[in-house]
Ligand binder design. Structure first.
Ligand code: SF4
Length: 56
C-alpha cells in the first residue's frame, strides 16, 4: 500500500501506518500534535496523536 506523501508533514516514524515508507513524510492531510505532560517544556513532551502502530 503506497499513498501520496504530504510535502508539508515530514516524519521519520516508519512504524506508523500513516508513514509514506518510500520517503520520510506522512500521508495524512493533517495531523494532531499533543502532549502527555501537564506543562510541556521540551520537544520530548510532545506527541503525534495521529500515530497508529503499523504491525509489520
Ligand atoms: S501520523 Fe504522525 S507519526 Fe504517523 S506518519 Fe504521520 S506524522 Fe508520522
Amino acid at each position: 500500500m503506497s499513498r501520496e506523501k504530504n510535502d508539508s508533514i515530514q516524519c521519520t516514524i516508519h512504524n506508523c501506518v500513516h508513514h509514506a515508507q518510500n520517503a520520510d513524510y506522512c500521508t495524512l492531510d493533517r495531523i494532531l500534535v499533543g502532549t502527555h505532560e501537564q506543562n510541556p517544556t521540551e520537544k520530548e513532551c510532545t506527541d503525534c496523536d495521529s500515530f497508529q502502530y503499523k504491525i509489520s
